[in-house]
Design a protein around this ligand. Structure first.
Ligand code: F6R
Length: 635
């Protein structure tokens, strides 16, 4: 194992740089690549790059395109080899990696077409083996790869080297892991459409590159990235096989670093400054680790878990336990909008004003009820003036079958055997024709998208009705970035920020709920959050904002850790059932039958999370509830 560059990194087997944002990380790697290309250009040598696709490198490619345009970075002498391609997809397919590369990079720089190499996903099965050999030979003939760019999948794959791939593996046809296919389901509009096989460079091929730079953004990648960096190398986790490469570096953003020991449990790898938030995190962790409620932790529990210095500084255990217990206790409230006429010194939200003007932002219809359906109902019941704002139409996530059903319904209603001339029928016929003509290679027409958006509106209304929210309290922004974009490739424009800012100015909320930027920075939720952040910056001097508080809720994929929570809203079995009922109204979002592995429907996931959090509070020695929704205050 290489020697660590600092005490805190002693468990890390791969040099890892943590950047404040994904853009900063991408910028750093782009700068390195540009320097390499320039040095080789000056020396009259070609530069051979190994490239990846997916959402991770998009920011890197945007930087390289910018450098080409603004800083005269030339790619005329760059030769590229892409890691992989889905087997069975022609290069024209919207999800083919060849097309992705054209749209995201090659189409915007001066690379020569003959210098581009992407495995061919259209070859007959009998020719694949030989073509893979030729791919390896072509890499060698080009002089080997100077710098390989990688992302990492949640299975720990690099390229499409799924668990079980060997260190020696070479370019070959592989079967995709179930989790990988599920992760791709959104892009392909259903898991059933995701190819089962791919051609990928091997781990051995990647290891031959002179430099390897792996990028990872967002909390969804935190655990697998930490495993790859800190666990002994194993074929079960292909990215860990890169550990002994002589020139490898991981560039990750803050959320992707959350599971590294130096970030998550820094007290285990050296002395720390015991800030209040860290103390709370450490004590909650100790309680769960030792399976003892906070109030029962002993001096020896602290010292046996690397926290002796905390006791020296802030002990004895008895007093420290009580302090943290109280802090956790004070996060719990049945009054998410504040309890009127009560002392609010130890409550998460202010008592006044009451009622409050509350804005709940939902990136796509259904995020609101999934993340805070229980709290939403409470806010309404407690008399607050709640407006739910759907930032995007969510139309990309509606299967064609739903749209087809809706057109049939409209045509049936219009009568005349479907030939009616009324505008609704004309529209429905247009959608129907568009759907019939739609191939795997085209995106939805504006008419299809409009209808799909209307389907989601209908579901959102039904869902909020189940939460007790009056229908006139809904707003649909249909933000342009989403209407113009595709998954993983959204770009915010001024119009998006303006729409959110105008709404905030109009509603002047005392309380804002929004869901965040953490899991995957290219997700709809993250882009939507960014529009809110910028809108708040635009309106920062307006008086309403001085008195407004923003709370973050989470998607059911990942909850907060107990110690990160500022407000925990518990609810009863009945209220939990009500929330599930509300989620259930988003019918187009349920799994699409037996071909989707959909182990968990969204409502099941949400239910599980809320119950789990209640258990965690119970284990910490707080009260025992059925379910809890949690929020963090945004500062
Ligand atoms: C893509 C590739 C994959 C991705 C990985 C992460 O060419 O080889 O290993 O890097 O699946 O995908 P994203 O970046 O979409 O999270």
């Amino acid at each position: 194992m290489r020697s660590p560059s600092s005490e805190a990194q002693q468990r890390e087997r791969i040099p890892t740089e943590i950047y404040a944002t994904a853009d900063a990380g991408a910028q750093a790697i782009a700068t390195e690549i540009a320097a390499l290309i320039r040095a080789n250009n000056d020396a009259g040598r070609p530069t051979v790059l190994g490239l990846a696709t997916g959402s991770t490198p998009v920011r890197l490619y945007r930087q390289l395109i910018r450098m080409h345009r603004e800083e005269k970075l030339s790619f005329r002498h760059v030769i590229t080899f892409n890691l992989d391609e889905y087997y069975g997809l022609p290069p024209t397919h919207p999800e083919s990696y060849r097309r992705f590369m054209q749209e995201q990079l090659f189409g915007h720089i001066d690379i020569l077409p003959e210098n581009i190499h992407v495995p061919d996903g259209t070859l007959p099965r009998a020719q694949v083996f030989q073509a893979c050999e030729q791919y390896e030979n072509a890499i060698s003939a080009a002089g080997g790869i100077d710098l390989q760019v990688l992302g990492i999948g949640r299975t720990g794959h690099v390229g499409f080297n799924e668990p079980g791939s060997t260190r020696e593996s070479r370019t070959r046809l592989v079967t995709l892991d179930a989790l990988t296919r599920r992760d791709a389901a959104r892009d392909f509009l259903g898991e059933a459409n995701v190819p089962r096989h791919a051609i990928t460079m091997g781990v051995g091929t990647i290891l031959k590159a002179r430099r390897i730079r792996l990028l990872a953004w967002g909390e969804a990648k935190a655990q697998i990235t930490a495993f790859a960096i800190e666990r002994p190398p194993a074929e079960a986790l292909p990215a860990s096989l890169l550990q002994n490469h002589p020139d490898i570096r991981f560039a990750i953003d803050r959320p992707a670093s959350f599971e590294l020991t130096r970030i998550k449990h820094p007290w285990l790898v050296g002395p720390v400054t015991w800030e209040p938030a860290l103390v709370r995190r450490a004590v909650a962790w100790l309680s769960l680790e030792t399976k003892k409620p906070v109030l029962k932790l002993l001096e020896e529990d602290y010292s046996e878990h690397g926290m002796a210095d905390l006791l020296t500084e802030q002990g004895p255990a008895y007093g420290l336990n009580i302090r943290i217990f109280n802090e956790l206790q004070h996060t719990i409230t049945g009054w998410p909008g504040g309890k009127p006429n009560e002392n609010d010194k130890y409550r998460p939200e202010r008592a006044h004003p009451h009622p409050k003007r509350v804005v709940v932002f939902s990136p796509e219809p259904s995020d609101d009820v999934l993340g805070m359906g229980g709290t939403l109902r409470r806010l309404i019941e407690q008399g607050h003036d709640v407006v739910v704002v759907y930032q995007t139409s969510g139309n990309l996530a509606v299967p064609d079958e739903e749209a087809a059903m809706a057109t049939d319904l409209v045509l049936e209603l219009a009568g005349n055997g479907g030939t009616s001339k009324n505008p609704e029928a004309v529209f429905a016929r247009e959608v129907r024709t568009n759907l019939q003509q739609k191939s795997a290679f085209t995106s939805d027409t504006p008419a299809i998208r409009r209808l799909k958006g209307l389907i989601r509106r209908g579901e959102a209304k039904a869902s909020l009705k189940a939460c007790g929210v009056p229908v006139d309290r809904l707003r649909f922004l249909d933000l342009p970035f989403y209407e113009k974009g595709r998954y993983r490739q959204f770009v915010i424009e001024d119009g998006d920020v303006k729409a959110v800012a105008d709404l905030l100015r109009e509603l002047r909320p005392n309380q804002i709920f929004a869901t965040g930027q953490f899991n995957d920075p290219s997700s709809v939720a993250a882009v939507c959050f960014e529009t809110i952040r910028r809108a708040l910056a635009l309106t920062k001097d307006e008086p309403w904002q001085q008195e407004s508080r923003m709370w973050l809720y989470r998607s059911p994929e990942k909850d907060w850790d107990a110690a990160e929570i500022d407000m925990a809203v518990p609810f009863s079995p009945r209220e939990l059932a009500g929330k599930i009922q509300a989620i259930y109204q988003h019918k187009s979002q349920r799994s699409q039958g037996p071909f989707d592995s959909g182990l968990h429907e969204a409502w099941q996931q949400a239910e599980q999370r809320n119950r789990h959090l209640a258990k965690v509070y119970d284990r910490l020695g707080l009260a025992e509830y059925e379910a809890i929704e949690a929020f963090q205050r945004w500062r």
